[in-house]
Design a protein around this ligand. Structure first.
Ligand code: SF4
Ligand code: SF4
Length: 216
């Protein structure tokens, strides 16, 4: 009899707690109608986040998952929840910068959720809202150096890319011992070649920059 009473009390407490949690979630969703990170992402890149049913196959196949602070399937779950606190965590996570856009997750996903596009959108938002994880600063510098090289030459030049990256990060001696052997094998060309209509490339970058409010 005593055991039954204790079980009943536990059941009532648990039920109340569950109700409380559900009410908190609903209240948070209602505070940002149609303007959540999930809504903006779906509108911008067309990936339907709610298609994910959390089977975890993306995370199991992701080559970077062990280094990620938020696993690929968790990124989608946090977006689905639409809680403002989760938005900040996602935008300041390291995971979004570690993603290689290799699409291994996409090839394994039974729902064809394109996670690489999700990560790409989150990276752009992270830069726009100035929430880049401090550990990802060098990765962001590499992205910028890469894009600037393409903008100036219309194609990639490894020497320009490396110099630009080193100037941004001040990692002057990192990997420098590899330069001579790469040079003698013809992998480094100090004189950059450009595409014929490089001005057109600059115009493309300018238009993208204007559309996105100034950020590349
Ligand atoms: S594989 Fe697809 S459905 Fe499964 S957790 Fe990953 S994104 Fe969601
Ligand atoms: S695209 Fe990104 S999240 Fe998907 S498997 Fe590759 S590294 Fe992992």
């Amino acid at each position: 009899m005593i055991i039954c009473s204790i079980q009943l009390i536990f059941f009532c407490i648990k039920r109340q707690l569950n109700r409380f949690n559900i009410e908190i979630v609903h209240e948070s969703i209602e505070t940002k109608p149609g303007n959540s990170l999930k809504s903006r992402l779906e509108e911008s890149v067309g990936v339907i986040v709610s298609h994910c049913y959390q089977c975890g196959k993306c995370t199991a196949g992701c080559p970077l998952n062990e280094d990620m602070d938020i696993k690929p399937n968790q990124v989608l779950r946090m977006l689905q929840a639409e809680l403002p606190g989760y938005e900040d965590k996602l935008l300041s996570s390291l995971s979004i910068w570690l993603c290689l856009a290799c699409d291994t997750c996409y090839s394994r996903c039974p729902q064809e959720v394109k996670l690489s596009q999700v990560m790409d959108f989150l990276r752009q938002e992270s830069v726009r809202q100035n929430k880049v994880n401090p550990k990802a600063k060098d990765i962001l510098s590499f992205h910028k150096a890469f894009l600037e090289t393409i903008e100036k030459n219309g194609k990639l030049n490894e020497v320009w890319l490396t110099l630009n990256y080193k100037l941004k990060t001040l990692n002057m001696i990192q990997d420098v011992q590899k330069a001579p052997s790469m040079f003698f094998k013809g992998k480094l060309n100090p004189i950059p070649s450009r595409i014929q209509h490089v001005k057109e490339m600059e115009k493309i970058f300018q238009r993208i920059s204007e559309n996105e409010g100034g950020d590349k």
